[in-house]
Ligand binder design. Structure first.
Ligand SMILES: NC(=O)c1ccc[n+]([C@@H]2O[C@H](COP(=O)([O-])OP(=O)(O)OC[C@H]3O[C@@H](n4cnc5c(N)ncnc54)[C@H](O)[C@@H]3O)[C@@H](O)[C@H]2O)c1
Length: 326
């Protein structure tokens, strides 16, 4: 197939592009580089610098490259920023994303895989979280992702546009070439490794009095390569139907302290920690049930062991400019 990947110069997008290419799909990356990195885009992909709101450019790309399906990853994704600046989030994650859908309609492209998030669930009612559980986001970031899922359902009903929405839990780890760089960085694994590398003085633990096995929050970490492979599998489903899937590793998840301990072990470095107050809206435990995608698509994580995830991230950091002093 000919695939357009929006946000393909970002952290997860750049690994998704490696996997679509590996699967033999011609891949076009569409990214405005507001957060992305041109050098992370695989050489065999076509790169187009452009914004989702530039409808003419998008339609031109659909025509020029005979695009069959879109993997839509371009978005803003900082929870705190979405609370402070909801307008920015609604503009990009809803308005600009609708511009993409309408460009697809205009060009007869009717297949889309969407990067959704565990944030659509808000405070979960039970663990592990299943796709049929209540969605009640607790911040504008989650609201915008859920709003777009609703648009997808309506576009499928009315126009027959098929979609797979992948609700990611915490992506982490690296491929050979591509790893995690966000500015600012808010994700635990790179923050812990930056502390190991001496690039920050300590890791802040937001609350150590949660009702969990060591008092710190439990999260579900998924290796970015496992995540990326799910997108390639999802493309095949689009011939038949639309679906929503969780993407995480399940099991017992890992506490913040467990992540730090594994990182100390992998890096052999000191990682100083500082316990800070809980952050509002941080649930004690967030674990995905990924049974549905396993049953329907045969997806299975290959790298679910946290040690493998952290080893890949540390090794990438040491090789890349993101971790110059690592
Ligand atoms: N990182 C995670 O753990 C995680 C978890 C859940 C969901 N997600 C979702 O996955 C997707 C990718 O996340 P990431 O961590 O790789 O983020 P990222 O910021 O590294 O990548 C996003 C990319 O989208 C591009 N972009 C943003 N707005 C654009 C626009 N209007 N036009 C063109 N390009 C635009 C950016 O330049 C960037 O390259 C996002 O949609 C995010 O909400 C990520």
């Amino acid at each position: 197939m000919n695939i357009l990947v929006t946000g393909g110069a970002g952290y997860i997008g750049s690994v998704v592009v490696e996997e679509t290419l590996r699967a033999g799909h011609k891949t076009v990356v569409y990214d405005n580089l507001v957060k992305g990195h041109r050098e992370m885009v695989a050489e065999d992909a076509v790169f187009v610098e452009g914004d989702l709101l530039d409808r003419d450019k998008l339609e031109g790309v659909f025509g020029e490259h005979s695009i069959d399906a879109v993997i839509h990853m371009a978005a803003y994704s900082l929870v705190g920023e979405s609370v402070a600046e909801p307008s920015k989030y609604y503009q990009n994650n809803v308005v600009a994303s609708l511009s993409l859908l309408d460009a697809m309609r205009a060009r007869g492209v009717a297949k889309l895989v969407f990067s959704s998030t565990a944030a659509v669930y808000g405070e979960p009612e039970k663990q592990p979280i299943e796709e049929s559980d209540r969605t009640a986001p607790t911040n504008p970031y989650g609201d915008t992702k859920l709003a777009f899922e609703h648009a997808l359902r309506a576009y499928d009903n009315a126009y027959g546009m098929k979609y797979v929405s992948l609700r990611y839990f915490n992506a982490a780890g690296a491929s050979e070439r591509c790893g995690e760089i966000h500015d600012p960085e808010t994700h635990l694994v790179p923050i812990v490794l930056q502390a190991a590398a001496g690039m920050r003085d300590a890791v802040e633990i937001y609350g150590d009095d949660y009702p969990t096995r060591d008092g710190t929050c439990v999260r579900d970490y998924i290796h970015v390569i496992d995540l990326a492979r799910a997108h390639v599998m999802a493309l095949d489903l689009l011939d038949k139907r639309s679906a929503i899937f969780n993407l995480g590793c399940g099991g017992d998840g890992y506490t913040v302290k467990e992540v730090i301990d594994v990182a100390r072990d992998v890096t052999g470095r000191e990682i100083p920690v500082r316990v800070a107050a809980r952050r509002p809206g941080d649930p004690a435990v967030l674990i995905a049930s990924s049974d549905k995608i396993g049953e329907m698509l045969g997806w299975k994580p290959e790298f679910q062991d946290l040690r493998l995830i952290i080893e890949s991230a540390w090794s990438w950091m040491q090789r890349s400019s993101a971790g110059k002093s690592a």
